[in-house]
Design a protein around this ligand. Structure first.
Ligand code: B12
Ligand code: SF4
Length: 545
């Protein structure tokens, strides 16, 4: 195997590529062109710092859709690390195939690797779960091909520390140079979550703050670099240790010149908290409402159905009095939903809280992301939509419990059209303050997230009536992928489609269940053997006289 490795007194110096796939395709929407560079992940930058600190040479690239991946990544690499969400998995597989042909060792990390490790191992030499310095060191020391099945590696838990913002600044800067207008700096102050929502990837990961004094240092550093920075907190649930967080921010930025964006549950957004968030420059919050019938622990209410709508709307309107931008997240198609009512209630919410930007996610089971997915797999409800479509919008890969597909899509189209109608956009504009929030609300509505999605959902609804392959794929989850979806994968991958291995088109959508069941079978076998051994006479038993 070709290598660009050099030996140094400290060990082997590798040439490392790190690619952060923020998007899955060069076909960017207007919103994507303006915003993709602001969606970069933190871990690829962290990895870059760890590798450089260990003496390796790093080429970091954040793919926002405009770069030419065949030209911008150097050919002479020892290892290529790719960070990917599931929607970019097939792009990652194509790239891995191409680079392996060039003699490069490939490694995958990020949400896709955590959710679908078995599948990713068919395409990468290494597949990483929780990643810390020790895992990276071990990988780089070995740096060997593992084919046909990649080596799965994971730390026992999330890393205890992350490099400072100053250490990863050169990667942040290189990425933000690609953002044409608004520039948002990614930050993180905690990992995991103390709550246990069964549908969430962090429900089984312990909550762990990363050190509040470092956070203060990071913000002080940032203020020296950018005059009025915007920070997006990537914490799974921002503000769990609310007072500690606020003190850390206030210590760094008493004049509140930094503007903050955070994902937080409604239950943490009480009025006293909002007073402090406003004082500290919080400009955008993204709480989850999820459903009118379930998941009440996130919205701090025991009310259900129509009783919940006015209460949540009031809460959201109260948030808007303190923070100019709010995105409310809903999951559509949950098992607790039935009939027209859930959709009508959401439309009512759109009327009662006109300033909120509603973000709708289709119920999705991302492999082994959450314990709940085992139930869906066990019930045979997971449909093998290729990864490209698994981004909460382009496919719902769990068969709804209480709707026929046509009926579900009728409601979905109706709700989306209602939420992004001219009237709703105008009311949202009137109910929002500040130039950026108003501009963002309109841009998102008329671009891929609003009008783009209405068009896409309408297409799917039409195909359910007119395309027998589509209909039977939805109904029976057959392995035969309808031409419509094949065409889209080809279009999304563009020139790189030729490198997608044929085995990379479909995946085993029940791999999680199978691994749990085979694990359980092995454990049962072992328990059986232990019991059998305990029942046997000891080898040293005295022979009868
Ligand atoms: C913050 C966040 C965002 C932010 C920032 C995204 C970003 N670029 O990181 C924003 C709001 C932009 C976002 C957008 C989306 N998100 Co999001 N997001 C999260 C969230 C809440 C936290 C993720 C995080 O940063 N954690 C902190 C990091 C340090 O921990 P970690 O992710 O566990 O990473 C560890 C390992 O995986 C590994 N690792 C991570 N990355 C890498 C990279 C490399 C190279 C290596 C070696 C290792 C490695 O090391 C880490 C330490 O152990 C998670 C939910 C959650 N609770 O985790 C969802 C989550 C990751 N998002 C999800 C989704 C679906 C999306 C969207 C598609 C939603 C949408 N329709 O728009 C988009 C896609 C954006 C994109 N870039 O493609 C899914 C992903 C499922 C999947 N398998 O793809 C999750 C899991 C939520 C869910 N639905 O369950 N998201
Ligand atoms: S509160 Fe949010 S981050 Fe925490 S487990 Fe529930 S959904 Fe996940």
């Amino acid at each position: 195997m070709r290598s660009c490795t050099t030996a140094t007194p400290h060990g082997t110096r590798r040439t490392i590529g790190i690619l952060d796939l923020v998007t899955k395709s060069p076909r960017n929407s207007l919103y994507g062109r303006l915003m993709n560079a602001n969606l970069a992940s933190i871990m690829p930058q962290v990895l870059g710092v760890w590798c450089e600190e260990a003496g390796h040479r790093v080429h970091y690239l954040c793919y926002t859709g405009t770069e030419n991946l065949l030209e911008e990544l150097p050919r002479e690499l020892d290892v290529l690390f790719i960070g990917a969400f599931t929607q970019a998995a097939q792009l990652a597989y194509a790239l891995s195939n191409l680079f392996r042909q060039r003699g490069v060792i490939t490694a995958l990390g990020g949400p896709h690797a955590r959710c679908y490790p078995e599948d990713a191992q068919r395409h990468f030499d290494y597949v990483l779960g929780f990643t810390d310095r020790a895992v990276v060191r071990e990988l780089l020391e070995e740096c060997a091909p593992h084919r046909p099945t990649g080596r799965a590696m994971s730390a026992a838990r999330q890393p205890a520390e992350m490099p400072s913002l100053a250490a990863r600044w050169k990667f942040v800067e290189a990425t933000l140079a690609k953002a044409p207008s608004i520039k948002i700096v990614p930050m993180i102050g905690s990992l995991g979550c103390p709550y246990t929502c069964s549908f969430c990837i962090d429900s089984t990961v312990d909550y762990q703050p990363l050190g509040f004094s470092q956070l203060t240092e990071d913000l002080r550093f940032l203020l020296k670099k950018i005059r009025r920075p915007i920070v997006a907190w990537h914490d799974p649930n921002f503000g769990v240790r609310f007072d500690d967080y606020m003190e850390a921010i206030e210590a760094a930025d008493p004049a509140a010149t930094i503007r903050h964006i955070a994902e937080s549950s409604l239950s943490l957004l009480s009025e006293p908290h909002l007073v402090r968030l406003r004082k500290n420059g919080f400009q955008a919050l993204l709480p989850g409402i999820e459903s009118w019938y379930d998941l009440g622990n996130k919205s701090k209410t025991r009310l259900r159905g129509m009783d919940k709508v006015p209460q949540v709307s009031e809460h959201v309107n109260m948030i808007l009095r303190y923070v100019p931008y709010i995105q409310t997240n809903f999951v559509l198609g949950l098992d607790c939903d039935e009939g027209t009512e859930p959709f009508e209630l959401t439309k009512r919410f759109v009327d009662l809280a006109p300033g909120a930007f509603p973000a709708y996610s289709l119920l999705s089971a991302f492999g082994r992301a959450a314990p709940l997915n085992l139930q869906y797999q066990r019930a045979g409800r997971v449909i093998p939509f290729p990864f490209t479509f698994l981004n909460n919008n382009h496919a719902m890969n769990v068969r709804p419990a209480n709707y026929r597909w046509e009926e579900f899509y009728d409601h979905l189209v109706d709700l989306t059209a209602y939420s992004f109608s001219g009237r709703a956009i105008a009311r949202r504009l009137a109910a929002t303050g500040g130039v950026i929030p108003r501009w963002l609300n309109v841009l998102r509505a008329v671009s891929s997230e609003g009008w783009g999605r209405i068009k896409y959902h309408r297409t799917i609804r039409r195909l359910l009536d007119t395309d027998r392959d589509v209909k039977s794929f939805f109904e029976a989850g057959t392995d035969r992928l309808p031409a419509f979806y094949q065409g889209r994968i080809q279009r999304d991958l563009g020139d790189l489609h030729q490198f997608l291995p044929t085995t990379g088109l479909m995946h085993d959508h029940n791999a999680y269940l199978k691994s749990v069941e085979s694990g359980a079978a092995v454990a049962q076998l072992q328990r059986g053997r232990q019991r059998a051994r305990a029942a046997e006479p000891p080898a040293t038993a005295p022979t009868p006289m």
